[in-house]
Write a protein that binds this ligand. Structure first.
Ligand SMILES: CC(C)(COP(=O)(O)OP(=O)(O)OC[C@H]1O[C@@H](n2cnc3c(N)ncnc32)[C@H](O)[C@@H]1OP(=O)(O)O)[C@@H](O)C(=O)NCCC(=O)NCCS
Length: 340
């Protein structure tokens, strides 16, 4: 499909790529990686292996489509087009990247036109996109708002260097005191069977509690079965490091989750941290994170940065992150466009 040529030397053609066509997939992935890294030093690019896995292994819950913008034979831009199959049936998630030297000649718009067309075929009307940028003057914001997207949620992207500073860890342990009334359990990889139900319930509570601004999202409760499938998939490319808190009478109270990408030499990611409402105010968030940092020390290989993302308005988590030495490197923007 030829979309348009805006003053470029050749027309831009947009087409879905076959992820099993190795040279084509490699060229597409290289453009994606280079375009992302050109804009942000702090960006984490999904590894080649993890991207290939997402596109090649047929997932039960989500469909991933890779699309390229071509100038002749050359890939100049990429579109990741994703949609959930069993829930959130009105929504598609898109990510568009264009090589810096190829911008402002309609490549991004051509990829967007493809996305809008495929979404219409699927009967989906809500478009969501998210990306990191220094501030609202970034090209992605101008491009997306020009198409009608609005910024619905903003998070700080924060980092702390690894190996984690032992002196700070010591000081945090000293000031955190005892976690009286709770016991902590840590694991690396899939959740032990005896904790699956509690972990699934905590993940559901997290989805309900985490601030997402004005983004449309239908929360689907985590069942043990869904969790097992998700863990099996994730484990191919990431080691999950989890610490969970129970009361001494056995009720789940919270958890924290970190990801160590198997193929990403530099970056580890601090993901969810949840303390259930009834258990807040006991410094449990700090104790959970301390225990999981002990796990990180054991399992870390070459990673030199631990990343996390926290909503600007999430004051309690911002405070905990600051105490742990995280500092902001950029913002994470979530945008939505509804065509109804
Ligand atoms: C955002 C991005 C995809 C735009 O790609 P592109 O090929 O330059 O987009 P187009 O040439 O089709 O631009 C379409 C319109 O977007 C707006 N736009 C794009 N880049 C802009 C910039 N740097 N400043 C202001 N407006 C901009 C303009 O209105 C432009 O139309 P115009 O050139 O006629 O003025 C590209 O800059 C990029 O890859 N950025 C990094 C990744 C990113 O932020 N992706 C988010 C996309 S959802």
């Amino acid at each position: 499909m030829v979309i348009r040529s805006l003053g470029g030397p050749q027309k831009i053609a947009v087409r879905e790529i076959d992820p099993f066509d190795e040279p084509l997939f490699d060229a597409w992935y290289a453009v994606l990686r280079d375009a992302v890294l050109a804009d942000s030093e702090s960006a984490i690019v999904t590894s080649h292996e993890a991207m290939a896995f997402a596109l090649r292994e047929l997932p039960a819950a989500k469909k991933y489509v890779a699309v390229g913008a071509f100038d002749g034979d050359r890939v100049v831009g990429t579109l990741q087009f994703e949609y959930r199959i069993e829930d959130n049936l009105d929504t598609v998630e898109i990510e568009i990247q264009v090589l810096p030297a190829e911008r402002r000649r309609g490549v991004g718009t051509a990829l967007w036109t493809w996305a809008a067309g495929r979404a219409a075929e699927l009967g989906r009307t809500i478009f969501q996109t998210e990306f990191g940028a220094a501030d609202e003057s970034a090209p992605g914001i101008a491009f997306a708002t020009g198409l009608g997207f609005t910024v619905e949620h903003v998070e700080d992207h924060l980092v702390v260097p690894l190996p984690y500073d032992e002196a700070r860890l010591h000081q945090l342990r000293e000031t955190a005191g005892e976690h009286a009334g709770y016991r902590l359990t840590s694991w690396a990889g899939p959740c032990p069977p005896e904790h699956l139900q509690a972990y699934a319930d905590l993940r559901t509570a997290m989805d309900q509690d985490v601030p997402t601004g004005g983004m449309t999202h239908e929360n689907v409760p985590w069942t043990v079965e869904r969790l097992k499938i998700n863990q099996e998939r994730m484990d191919k490319n990431y080691v999950a490091l989890v610490t969970m808190a129970h009361t001494t009478t056995g009720d789940p109270a919270g958890y924290t989750l970190m990801w160590l990408p198997r193929q990403n030499a530099d970056h580890a990611q601090q993901d969810d941290t949840l303390v259930l409402r009834d258990h807040r105010g006991n410094n449990l968030g700090t104790h959970l994170k301390l225990a999981n940092l002990d796990q990180l020390a054991k399992h870390r290989t070459t990673q030199v940065w631990l990343h996390t993302w926290t909503a600007l308005e999430n004051t309690p988590m911002q405070k905990v992150n600051a105490r742990f030495g995280f500092h902001p490197v950029e913002r994470w923007y979530e945008l939505e466009l509804s065509k109804v």
